[in-house]
Write a protein that binds this ligand. Structure first.
Ligand code: SF4
Ligand code: SF4
Length: 234
């Protein structure tokens, strides 16, 4: 219904599913029917996605976002035909980039896992509505995108400190924390979307959640060692 609904993960997933090009079409900028102006979000998100594709070694020319009205049928046909030719010229995904299918799959899968973190980090820029469209050209820098990938944090629960209060597991939006009453909690790194909620909500008197950047996450404590034995009060 609205181009603002087109999420970063939709585009990356389309490439992961083997699409050679993705075209995002939205209503003309400043002519949104609603106050949300979702097409500005689509514009910013597409520019961010182009930079991400570049970072992954894929041609940003494989993604195009255009904004036009339903009365502009001729323009729509021209733009789509131009884009089809462009993508045709690039060939199947990976061909012009010199990457094989498995390598592309790995890179895209890694990027998709980071989407929630990327959206949180770039929240302000994604929400911008700049009057001068030229300002969008340099909205995202290559260094900034590099940082998104190299400085993405991981979260780890220190088994020595966790008191199994269960607050983090209840608040985790990705259901990525295993644990229960009297059981040391453990983060499933494959499910974690790096939102940082567990780090924020773990009571300061326990401070059991660690934020790790640039280092490997320690392996989870074995299941048979997770039970907390509490001393009875006298
Ligand atoms: S950072 Fe913590 S709260 Fe957020 S998804 Fe990962 S485990 Fe869950
Ligand atoms: S909030 Fe902290 S102490 Fe409580 S279960 Fe989670 S990691 Fe353990």
């Amino acid at each position: 219904m609205c181009s603002g609904r087109v999420d970063l993960s939709f585009i990356l997933r389309a490439f992961l599913d083997g699409m050679d090009g993705v075209f995002v079409a939205g209503c003309r900028l400043n002519e949104c029917n609603y106050t949300t102006q979702g097409n500005y979000y689509a514009l910013s998100m597409s520019l961010l996605c182009k930079k991400i594709l570049e970072h992954l070694g894929l041609s940003p020319e494989r993604l195009r976002a255009e904004f036009m009205s339903s009365a502009e049928g001729i323009r729509f046909a021209q733009v789509v035909s131009e884009f089809s030719k462009q993508v045709g010229g690039l060939g199947p995904l990976g061909q012009s980039e010199g990457l094989d299918r498995e390598e592309i799959k790995d890179r895209l899968t890694q990027a998709i896992r980071l989407v929630p973190y990327i959206k949180i980090t770039e929240k302000e820029k994604l929400g911008l509505r700049l009057a001068d469209l030229k300002e969008y050209e340099n909205l995202y820098t290559a260094e900034e995108i590099e940082k998104l990938f190299t400085e993405a944090p991981s979260y780890y629960i220190d088994p020595e400190k966790c008191q199994a209060c269960m607050i983090c597991a209840r608040r985790c939006p990705a259901d990525a924390i295993e644990g229960g009453k009297s059981t040391i909690h453990v983060i499933d790194q494959d499910k974690c979307i790096k939102c940082g909620t567990c780090y924020e909500v773990c009571p300061s008197r326990f401070a059991a959640v660690q934020k790790i950047v640039g280092e490997p996450v320690p392996p989870p404590i074995p299941e048979e060692q997770r039970t907390i034995v509490r001393k009875a009060k006298k």
